[in-house]
Design a protein around this ligand. Structure first.
Ligand code: MEV
Length: 381
């Protein structure tokens, strides 16, 4: 996609003009109206149990994003006013200094098999590790697309009040490539469980992926020009805002809620498991024992604002809802990402942009002025 010049501001366009804008910006051909058809009741009824209807959420597009030199139109599904306007504005400011630079790890996930009622935990560990290649072969025997690449064992002591004794956690490290991978991981864990029970003589209880995907991190950074932000004083006030988010959990949770306004909206639009993303992300925010800001902010030697974000993002561009939901398919077409890793970089950039927009507003005019103006639209019919 080439960098576009927008003659008319998106928010002033009619829906038809916006669809035309998407068509031009993304080279999507075909009937966009038809692609935007909502999920049918029949599909919903196949997807979940006891379906009675469809819960709809507005779908919009964020603009101005340049990530690793490529311009993106970003679909976002969200019911909250001002989020899309805010990220688009933040992305415009970032663009002045070259946009967002982002990179994502390989799609490595962890699947856990819990073993209890062990005799000697150390002996059991040795026996499992001795049979590692056989266990990996069992894990991989049913899977074409994702690959178990490693297996490790951890011996844990129950820290709950119930005193259930020692347990082993056998962990598969699985490359899920362009899928989020939950189903494949769970299948692999279930496949190796009987052999693990046999080897250890213990009892296998849980066989499930971990949503704490710390081997699947994404990192994104951007520089925001001080004059575009409103001057050095604003930069300083943003650093005060960050100081509170880094140092105080009460503020950190709200600060990160703003980050997730952006990330969840892209996740929802593209059919990701946003509950998994939320759970993993918040655990990551507390990785040093204290819940902190997911973003970091500082000043460059020129006095501009430098922002960065790092978080685990287990997302997919194939499989699951991504294949089943027409809007998710269309949203991925708009994004035109080639891989799950690329999707993760886009989501990280949106999270960083959303956080910048929020803390800039909070440290200048206050959130109500901007936010409430957009809220007011809802009631001004
Ligand atoms: C509102 O949805 C999100 C904010 O509260 C985030 C923040 O305080 O940083 C504005």
């Amino acid at each position: 996609m080439t960098v576009m010049t927008i003659e008319k501001k998106i928010y002033k366009m009619t829906r038809e003009e916006r669809l035309e804008y998407i068509r031009k910006a993304t080279q999507i051909s075909g009937d966009i109206e038809a692609m935007l058809q909502p999920l049918s009741f029949e599909d919903s009824n196949r997807m979940i149990e006891n379906a009675i209807g469809i819960m709809s959420i507005p779908l919009g597009i964020a603009t101005n994003f340049v990530i690793n030199g490529r311009e993106y139109v970003i679909p976002m599904a969200i019911e909250e006013p001002s989020v899309i306007a805010a990220v688009s504005k933040a992305a415009k400011i970032a663009k002045v200094r070259g946009g967002f630079i982002a990179e994502a790890d390989d799609s490595l996930m962890i699947g856990q098999v819990q073993v209890v009622k062990l005799g000697n935990g150390k002996h059991a560990t040795t026996k499992i590790l001795r049979d590692k290649s056989q266990l990996l072969a069992i894990a991989n025997s049913n899977s074409k697309s994702v690959v178990a690449i490693d297996l490790r064992v951890r011996l844990l002591r129950d820290k709950s009040p119930n005193n259930m004794g020692n347990m082993l956690v056998v962990e598969l490290v699985i490359d899920t490539k362009d899928a989020m991978g939950a189903n494949a991981i769970n299948t692999m864990c279930e496949a190796i469980a009987p052999r693990i029970a046999e080897i250890t003589g213990g009892e296998v209880v849980l066989k499930i992926l971990s949503n704490y995907s710390t081997k699947r991190l994404v990192r994104c950074r951007a520089t925001f020009d001080k004059d575009e932000l409103g001057g050095s004083q604003i930069v300083k006030r943003i650093l005060y805002a960050y100081a509170l988010a880094y140092s105080d959990t009460y503020r950190a949770v709200t600060h990160n809620k703003g980050v997730m306004n952006g990330i969840d909206a892209v996740a929802l639009a593209t059919g990701q498991d946003f509950r998994a993303i939320e759970a993993g992300t918040h655990a990551y925010a507390a990785r040093d024992g204290t819940y902190r800001s997911l973003t970091t902010w500082g000043r460059t030697k020129e006095g501009d604002l430098a922002g960065a974000i790092e978080l685990p993002l287990a997302v997919g561009v194939v499989g699951g809802v991504v294949n089943a939901h027409p809007t998710a398919k269309f949203a991925l077409q708009i994004l035109s990402v080639k891989s799950a890793r690329e999707l993760a970089t886009v989501m990280a950039a949106v999270g960083l942009a959303q956080n910048l927009a929020a803390i800039r507003a909070l440290s200048s005019e206050g959130i109500q002025a901007g936010h409430m103006g957009l809220h007011a639209r809802k009631f001004s019919k």
